[in-house]
Write a protein that binds this ligand. Structure first.
Ligand SMILES: [Mg+2]
Length: 120
């Protein structure tokens, strides 16, 4: 199981990674990207089982990242963001996102939303 965490905040990337561990998921590898451009580059170089992406980022935001990714890749993407408005979430889902987690989150939130993406 290999996960990519996309967020322009290195602190938030660490918080998400720690949350995933605390939620008890078996993860072999967690890689990080600082924006959508970097994330797209990493997706061409690695196979990921799950991508967790922030919304607001410089260079390429999370929504644009999902749109670009979906042109050639069906890796599950869950948005991890403060953009919790229903319209925003619907827009992300419409454009290929597979779920949404609102910041701040607990390990239980991660477990509930992400369990379906992890192999038993
Ligand atoms: Mg951000």
């Amino acid at each position: 199981m290999r996960v990519l965490i996309v967020d322009d905040s290195s602190v938030m990337r660490k918080i998400v990674a720690r949350g995933l561990r605390q939620a008890g998921f078996k993860i072999d590898d967690i890689l990080e990207a600082g924006d959508g451009v970097e994330a797209l580059q990493m997706v061409t170089a690695h196979n990921f089982d799950l991508i967790l992406s922030d919304w607001n980022m410089p260079n390429m935001d999370g929504l644009t990242f999902v749109k670009e990714l979906r042109k050639s890749d069906d890796t599950p993407v869950v948005m991890v963001t403060t953009e919790g408005g229903e319209g925003k979430v619907a827009e992300a889902i419409q454009n290929g996102a597979n779920g949404h987690i609102k910041k701040p989150f607990t390990p239980e939130d991660l477990k509930a939303t992400l369990g379906q993406f992890f192999r038993g």
